[in-house]
Ligand binder design. Structure first.
Ligand SMILES: Nc1ncnc2c1ncn2[C@@H]1O[C@H](COP(=O)(O)OP(=O)(O)OP(=O)(O)O)[C@@H](O)[C@H]1O
Ligand SMILES: [Mg+2]
Length: 138
């Protein structure tokens, strides 16, 4: 089940800021608080930056999701860029094919509860990540 969806087209630094802000607002609406909001915003920022840096343009879709008895936020980042040749290396802390530090992908994985990446050379890359709302105390 899913509802409350926000799409952000990504092609510039301004779009990265917009994705970060809209993603954070969706996390607030879901009920996330405190440092969780910063973690979600930072992960969205890194994944959006990767689109601009490595694929030029793409799209981010942020949704509220319900799975079993959990509610959460899902971020899907999609591009039709060059794809990632060696996904194992790309997920290593400190690995970059460019001039970056190589911390974006492993950092985003660490910040979120779930992280998946699908990539095909010459076709593009899709990153899907989720953060669950902590169980409410009664
Ligand atoms: N959307 C993408 N399309 C194509 N290649 C990508 C994409 N995202 C990441 N990569 C590849 O994976 C590598 C690792 O990404 P990661 O975000 O960890 O580091 P970086 O972007 O190089 O540096 P940093 O994020 O620290 O500025 C990149 O150098 C790039 O080769
Ligand atoms: Mg990066």
């Amino acid at each position: 089940m899913e509802n409350n969806v926000t799409h952000i087209a990504i092609g510039s630094n301004a779009d990265i800021v917009e994705a970060r802000q809209k993603g954070r607002a969706m996390a607030v609406e879901l009920g996330l608080t405190g440092s969780d909001l910063t973690l979600v915003a930072a992960a969205i920022s890194e994944i959006a930056r990767n689109i601009v840096d490595h694929a030029e343009s793409g799209e981010i879709v942020v949704s509220h999701i319900v799975q079993d008895d959990r509610r959460g936020i899902r971020v899907i980042a999609k591009d039709k860029g060059p794809g990632i040749k060696d996904i194992f290396k790309a997920m290593l802390y400190g690995y970059s094919t460019g001039t970056g530090l190589g911390v974006g992908l492993p950092g985003a994985k660490w910040l979120m509860d779930e992280f998946e990446i699908e990539t095909r050379i010459g076709v593009g890359t899709t990153v899907t990540m989720k953060k669950w709302l902590p169980k409410q105390k009664h």
